[in-house]
Design a protein around this ligand. Structure first.
Ligand SMILES: *Cc1c(COP(=O)(O)O)cnc(C)c1O
Length: 432
C-alpha cells in the first residue's frame, strides 16, 4: 500500500516485522553497539558510505522506527530523535548557525527556549534577534546576511500566539533561510508546519507524543525541500573529509540537514534518546490521535466554562470567538488548538497563587501535554528566569495561570476548578 492516512501511519510506519521472531510490537533494541561484518564494513559505516548501525549514540533500530514514524506524520523525509526538546532545538539551530552567525526568533516562546536563545547561544557566539511574530515587517527587517534560520512555535507559549507559518516561510525563503518550527503544542495531529512551507520541525516529545508524563525526549524532522546554497550554507555543500570528501548534500540528498545534524552534533554532543524512551514514544504515537482529539474537546469545554465564570477576568484559548487570530486558527489548526491555555483570575497575583494552592485534582507541575490535567503559574516558575520586561514580551502577566487540560472526566475537572476558584476568591476577598 503506497498511501496511508495519519492514524494508520501512527501504528505501522517504520516497522518491518522481524523475520525471525515475527514480533508484532516494535522490539526494544536496548543495545549500545552492532557487530561489524569485517574491517571494511566498519570503515564504510564510519564514513557514511554504507547504511547500517554503528553505535547507539548515532542511531538505534528502535529509535529509527520512532524517527521514521514521526517524520511520516509530519510529512517530512527523515527524523533524528534526541534526549529532550531542548536538545532538539539546540542541535537543529547549531546545525544551521555557528559562532558569528545569527537566527531570528519570534518572542512568544517556551521559557527554556527563551533562555537558551537569550543567554546560552550568545555564549557560543550565536546571536538571536527576537521579534514580534505577528509583525511580519519586523521579522523581515531582522534578517541580514548573517541570519541562518527563522524560528517560531506553532502555538506560542504561554501567550498562545498562532504563527502565520506560510507568511514566515515566504519571508525566510526570500532570503534563502530555512524556517524552523517547534510543533510541540500542536502535534502533527493538529497541524503540520512542513505542509505550509516550514523546512524543519522540532518537538519536545516529552509532552503530547509521550502523552503520559513519563519520559523526556525530543525530535528533529527534516522537510527535505530546502535548497542549501552558498554563501549561507557552505558547510552543507562543501566537501567534508569526515564523510569521504563529499558534501552532506552529495552524500544524503534531500536528507542533508538531518544527516548533518546526526553525524556531526548528534555524534559529538551525545544528547541521544535512550532506546527505552523511543520505545515508550512509539506507544505514545499509536494513541496520539485519539488522545489529542479528547484533549481538545475537554480544553474547549473548560475554556467555555471559565469564560462564563464570575471569578475569571479573561480566558485566552485560541478557538474562543473573541480571539483575534481566528483566521490563523482556521488555517493552521482546523481540528482544534490543543489543550494548553491560560486565564486570569480576578484578584491578580495573590488570587492566582491561592487558586493553584487549592486545586485538588489538577496537578501543580512544570509540564504540559500529560493525560492528567496540570496547572502552573508561569511568572514564578517556567518563565521566572526572564526579566519582567521579557516576561511581558512573551505574554506572561503576573496573574496568568496556565492550564494543560487532560483526559479526566470533564465534570470532575470543572468541579475542581469551581472549588479552587471559590477558595482563591475567599482568600483575597474579591467581591463578585
Ligand atoms: C517542553 C518544551 C520544550 C523543551 O522540551 P524538553 O523535552 O522539556 O527539553 C520546548 N518547546 C516547547 C514548546 C515545550 O513545551
Amino acid at each position: 500500500m503506497t498511501h496511508l492516512n495519519q492514524e494508520t501511519i501512527a501504528l505501522h510506519t517504520g516497522q518491518t516485522v522481524d523475520p525471525i521472531t515475527k514480533s508484532r510490537a516494535v522490539p526494544l533494541y536496548q543495545t549500545t553497539s552492532y557487530v561489524f561484518d569485517d574491517t571494511e564494513h566498519a570503515a564504510s559505516l564510519f564514513k557514511l558510505q554504507a547504511s547500517g548501525y554503528l553505535y547507539s549514540r548515532n542511531a538505534n533500530p528502535t529509535n529509527a522506527v520512532f524517527e521514521e514514524r514521526l517524520a511520516a506524520l509530519e510529512d517530512g523525509v527523515a527524523g533524528f530523535a534526541v534526549s529532550s526538546g531542548q536538545a532538539a532545538i539546540l542541535i537543529a539551530i547549531l546545525t544551521l548557525a555557528q559562532a558569528g552567525e545569527e537566527i531570528v526568533a519570534t518572542n512568544a516562546l517556551y521559557g527554556g527556549t527563551y533562555t537558551l536563545f537569550s543567554k546560552t547561544l550568545p555564549r557560543f557566539g550565536v546571536t538571536v534577534r527576537f521579534v514580534e511574530g505577528t509583525n511580519l515587517q519586523e521579522v523581515e527587517a531582522a534578517i541580514n546576511e548573517k541570519t541562518r534560520a527563522v524560528f517560531t512555535e506553532t502555538i506560542g507559549n504561554p501567550s498562545l500566539q498562532i504563527a502565520d507559518i506560510e507568511a514566515l516561510a515566504t519571508i525566510a525563503h526570500r532570503h534563502d533561510v530555512p524556517l524552523v518550527v517547534d510543533n510541540t503544542f500542536a502535534t502533527p495531529y493538529l497541524s503540520k508546519p512542513l505542509t505550509f512551507g516550514a523546512d524543519i520541525v522540532v518537538h519536545s516529545t516529552t509532552k503530547f507524543i509521550g502523552g503520559h508524563g513519563t519520559s523526556l525526549g525530543g525530535a528533529i524532522i527534516d522537510g527535505g525541500t530546502f535548497e542549501w546554497k552558498a554563501p549561507r550554507f557552505k558547510t552543507f555543500i562543501e566537501p567534508n573529509e569526515l564523510i569521504g570528501d563529499r558534501s552532506f548534500v552529495e552524500a544524503a540528498g534531500e536528507k542533508a540537514f538531518i544527516t548533518k545534524a546526526r553525524f556531526e552534533l548528534g555524534h559529538d554532543l551525545g544528547a541521544t534518546l535512550s532506546p527505552f524512551n523511543a520505545w515508550l514514544f512509539i506507544q505514545g504515537l499509536e494513541s496520539l490521535a485519539v488522545r489529542v482529539r479528547q484533549h481538545v474537546v475537554n480544553a474547549q469545554a473548560v475554556a467555555e466554562f471559565l469564560v462564563q465564570h464570575d471569578q475569571v477576568e479573561w480566558v485566552n484559548y485560541p478557538t474562543l470567538p473573541e480571539n483575534n487570530q481566528l483566521h490563523l486558527v482556521e488555517k493552521y489548526l482546523p481540528k482544534g488548538a490543543g489543550s494548553i491555555f491560560s486565564f486570569g483570575i480576578k484578584g491578580g497575583l495573590e488570587a492566582a497563587k491561592a487558586f493553584i494552592n487549592n486545586v485538588e485534582l489538577l496537578s501543580h507541575v512544570a509540564n504540559v501535554g500529560d493525560s492528567k490535567s496540570l496547572v502552573i503559574h508561569p511568572a514564578s516558575t517556567s518563565h521566572s528566569r526572564l526579566t519582567a520586561e521579557q516576561q511581558l514580551a512573551s505574554g506572561v502577566t503576573p496573574g496568568l495561570i496556565r492550564l494543560s487540560i487532560g483526559l479526566e472526566d470533564i465534570e470532575d475537572i470543572k468541579n475542581d476548578l469551581t472549588q479552587a476558584l471559590q477558595k482563591a476568591t475567599n482568600a483575597v476577598g474579591v467581591l463578585k
